[in-house]
Design a protein around this ligand. Structure first.
Ligand code: ZN
Length: 145
């Protein structure tokens, strides 16, 4: 039968630093405290992602970062087999996760700690954070529940 999937041990230093500004800083630094910080409207309570400057598009209220649950489901994904960066072993999974907080609240990310061949749309996932010192990257893994 098939061999087990190889252990995937990416060189984390290969991850490019995200552009961090006042609006995106909570997203890229909340992981140090284990928090997935997503902008939320203080008036209508709608979540908004990716982070933007300015008011809530639904009601014009102010957006403030709040911790989300970090739970969601795979909305869409693709498995990359091409070694664009030799430091990042293939295959790896690029995914859009719909966060549990709100329909349509989608998060572009990587899926980790799973066999890429086993990923399915609708699969339950939960956040974890790739630590890069001054910043971290929210990624997702299967959520056994
Ligand atoms: Zn609003």
């Amino acid at each position: 039968m098939s061999d087990p999937a190889p252990a995937i041990v990416p060189d984390l230093s290969a991850r490019l630093a995200p552009p961090i500004d006042d609006d995106t800083r909570p997203l890229w630094t909340g992981g140090a405290r284990g928090e997935l910080l997503i902008q939320r409207c203080g008036r209508c309570r709608r979540w908004a992602h990716p982070p933007v400057a300015g008011p809530c598009r639904a009601c014009g209220g102010g957006l403030v970062p709040e911790p989300a649950s970090g739970r969601g489901t795979v909305f869409s994904y693709t498995v990359n087999h091409h070694p664009f960066n030799p430091a990042i072993p293939v295959p790896y999974v690029v995914a859009i996760v719909e966060l549990a907080e709100q329909e349509g609240l989608r998060f572009f990310t990587n899926l980790v700690n799973c066999d890429p061949a086993g990923v399915r749309i609708g699969m339950a996932v939960r956040v974890l954070f790739e630590d890069h010192g001054d910043w971290s990257v929210p990624v997702f893994e299967p959520d056994a529940g």
